[in-house]
Design a protein around this ligand. Structure first.
Ligand SMILES: Cc1cc2nc3c(=O)[nH]c(=O)nc-3n(C[C@H](O)[C@H](O)[C@H](O)COP(=O)(O)OP(=O)(O)OC[C@H]3O[C@@H](n4cnc5c(N)ncnc54)[C@H](O)[C@@H]3O)c2cc1C
Length: 375
């Protein structure tokens, strides 16, 4: 049996960020992940500068060996509708490739990893957990994303009554011919909302890689919405018509919609395993890494007392940062009551130049009103 101070299940941004901080504080950490890194992750790969600041990632250093696409403008609108261009004088966001980004963060955490290994078994032994009959640890962190096995162990039932966002995405390297059929500019991601405002699609070019996707808050006919969106993009000459790669799907919970338990004796969750994505944009990387930083802080402060009551401190930190865990009402797009008024207001916002800049982009997508969290 191998002993460790903390065992983290999941080496995505939440898990690797938490591990990075715990290691710096002198704890012996193991990350278990069912995949071997670098691994693909279904994601648009858009990150705000706050993410790089919180992670202490230097743009120039990262850019030496990885794709990182600076963003200086956006095009927004409704699918099939008028386009509004919002430009900035400086870089306001970045595009990364998740396979590269997550691998970089995992290596940088510099902890023991057990890759290509699923969580198979977890049982209690006094004040410790025995994981996969291999590791003995007083604290297990669930960072396994939406379907995290530790979240399930704590009672979560993904796919049941949880109101998850379902999304599909494809990312591929364009051929020379496909590049000539793509009118999307690298520094200008395009976001188009569904007519019922229950979701949006995006096109995002990172160098020669093209990422196309669409996510919705309802459960019906996601593939049809994706097909309609892509057909519209092809018809407008935005993307090539011969995409051979398959769209892949995944789900996540928006903050405020998650019924999941966050801490238990010797156990806590971070990132998508709780459901922390911003309700307005679905941005999940920033809250995932912030939860990783806060969990590390709470664990270090707990001084090896990992009972539920002590670890409630982590929940307090999380709600202080992200707001109360209740349905968020900041966006008309996530409101379900008075749908007609909501849709009317939403469409007005999306067709107005000022509102597109100051509400849709600055507030909902860039979260400019919240300073980066620092370790
Ligand atoms: C289509 C789509 C597009 C998105 N686009 C964006 C975007 O542009 N920007 C943004 O900020 N957010 C985006 N998100 C959300 C973002 O991807 C997540 O919020 C983020 O990845 C959460 O990080 P995490 O570390 O919590 O989980 P994950 O990144 O999901 O990592 C979980 C890890 O756990 C491992 N794991 C899972 N199960 C097990 C198991 N049984 N045993 C061992 N290991 C396991 C997995 O292999 C994985 O490596 C998008 C989501 C989707 C679905």
């Amino acid at each position: 049996m191998e002993a460790c101070d903390v065992l983290i299940v999941g080496g995505g941004p939440a898990g690797s960020t938490c591990a990075w901080q715990l290691k710096k504080a002198g704890l012996d950490v193991v990350i278990l992940d069912k995949q071997t890194f670098p691994r693909h992750k279904v994601c648009a790969g858009w990150v705000t500068p706050a993410v790089l600041t919180s992670l202490e990632v230097d743009y120039n250093d990262y850019a030496k060996d990885h794709i990182i696409q600076p963003i200086t403008s956006f095009i927004t609108g409704m699918i099939g509708g008028k386009e509004i261009r919002t430009e900035y004088k400086a870089v306001v966001s970045y595009g990364i490739r998740r396979g590269e980004f997550d691998h970089y963060l995992l290596k940088r955490a510099d902890v023991r990893t057990d890759e290509g290994v699923k969580l198979e078994e977890i049982r209690r032994d006094g004040q410790h957990w025995i994981v996969n009959n291999k590791y003995r640890t007083p604290l297990v962190i669930g960072a396994g994303g939406h379907f995290c096995p530790i979240a399930r162990f704590m009672g979560a039932k993904p796919g049941s009554k949880e109101a998850a966002v379902k999304a599909q995405e494809v990312e591929f390297l364009m051929s020379e011919q496909q590049k000539t059929q793509c009118s999307v500019a690298e520094e200008t991601p395009e976001l188009y909302f569904c007519p019922d405002l229950l979701g949006y699609g995006w096109i995002f070019r990172k160098g020669d890689y093209l990422n196309i996707g669409l996510g919705r808050q309802d459960n019906h006919s996601l593939s049809k919405h994706v097909t309609r969106f892509v057909d519209d993009l092809v018809a407008r000459g935005k993307v090539p018509g011969d995409i051979k790669e398959k769209f892949l799907g995944h789900a996540y919970l928006l903050y405020g919609d998650s019924p999941r338990k966050i801490v238990d004796d010797g156990m806590l969750l971070i990132g998508d395993s709780i459901g922390l994505a911003y309700p307005q944009s679905g941005e999940g990387i920033r809250p995932a890494i912030e939860s990783g930083l806060l969990a590390a802080k709470a664990i270090i402060a707990a001084n090896k007392q990992y009972d539920r009551k002590t670890m409630d401190n982590y929940i307090n930190m999380l709600t202080q940062r992200l707001g109360k865990m209740e349905k968020q009402t900041a966006s008309p797009f996530t409101e379900t009551f008075l749908p007609k008024i909501t849709q009317f207001v939403g469409k007005q916002i999306l067709s107005n130049r000022w509102a597109s800049r100051h509400i849709v982009i600055d507030r909902w997508f860039l979260h400019n009103n919240q300073a980066p969290l620092r370790a």
